[in-house]
Design a protein around this ligand. Structure first.
Ligand code: ZN
Length: 287
């Protein structure tokens, strides 16, 4: 390499470094919020991100898939997920979290005491204790803050219902509500229809513009009564194309239509991204 070429390649390297640093600075200064319903196939995974801080609710059925998805939205230099929430110990919600724990530093994990006898739940619990991840038990009344403006309230389970039956893990699902100014998002895991009435009775202030539809649009979730209380403008169904359960069910889709909600499905749209620019503005659907 001659002298001039050396100078050119030096300048190019400097320019590349400068743009990476500029990217880091811009990213960490940007306090807008993104809520992303990740397309992980038949399962759930939702990423809430503000600057370099993240909450991940569930990790979907595949480690490979969730790591690919996180790679799209979490900056490559940021190897920490601040808060991970495992709504319940079914494999379509926690399998991916095993690989998240292996590949990212996790600030804290919020889960119930419900256990499943599956290999994946055993591996998940072992990894949490091996890595000494800080753990909080999810129960109604617990609130976590990602920043001054971003708050997540745990609505269910109640303290005395923290442990679900092993063969009915859905009934112990964590239900959580995200608040960013007047913007509210409700996440329901696989919460079952039989408990909707009690959930509404316990939570008079239940409205949310965006609802993560429970249990991938199963007919055994999301009653008309529940939808009346939440009154969601947009309902997100996290579901795999051609899944063997027949999700989403016609019954659930028609209840959502009667409620007047726009239905967005991850099997049809891929990732569903909401962008929230400030607490004073309404969140909107991104590309
Ligand atoms: Zn599920």
């Amino acid at each position: 390499m001659n002298h001039r070429k050396k100078i050119y390649s030096g300048l190019i390297s400097l320019a590349v470094l400068a743009s990476i640093f500029a990217g880091i600075i811009t990213h960490s200064k940007n306090e807008s919020l993104k809520v992303i319903f990740l397309d992980v196939g038949q399962g759930d995974a939702i990423l809430i991100e503000q600057g370099e801080k993240q909450i991940l609710i569930d990790g979907g059925p595949s480690g490979k898939k969730i790591l690919e998805e996180l790679g799209k939205y979490v900056p490559f230099w940021d190897r920490k997920i601040d808060i991970v929430i495992a709504t319940h110990p079914d494999s379509d919600h926690i399998s991916g979290l095993v690989d998240v724990l292996k590949n990212y530093e996790v600030g804290e994990i919020i889960k119930t005491d419900a256990q499943s006898a599956s290999d994946v739940d055993n591996a998940f619990r072992d990894l949490i204790s091996d890595k000494k991840v800080e753990k909080q038990t999810a129960e109604k009344g617990l609130a976590v803050k990602l920043s001054e403006d971003v708050r997540l309230d745990i609505i269910a389970p109640k303290a005395d219902e923290n442990v679900s039956e092993e063969n009915d893990t859905n009934s112990g699902s964590i239900v959580a509500k995200l608040s960013y100014g007047k913007n509210k998002f409700l996440f329901t895991g696989d919460f079952p229809i039989e408990k909707d009435h009690e959930l509404i009775a316990d939570n008079p202030d239940f409205g949310a513009q965006v609802l993560k539809v429970s249990h991938h649009g199963s007919k055994n979730a999301t009653s008309g009564e529940f939808l009346k209380a939440v009154s969601p403008e947009t309902a997100i169904i996290s579901v795999g194309n051609g899944n063997r359960y027949g999700h989403p069910a016609e019954e659930a889709l028609s209840r959502l239509k009667i409620a007047g909600s726009d239905i967005l499905r991850t099997d049809e749209r891929g990732d569903v991204v909401f962008e929230c620019r400030s607490i004073a503005q309404k969140c909107f659907l991104g590309q």
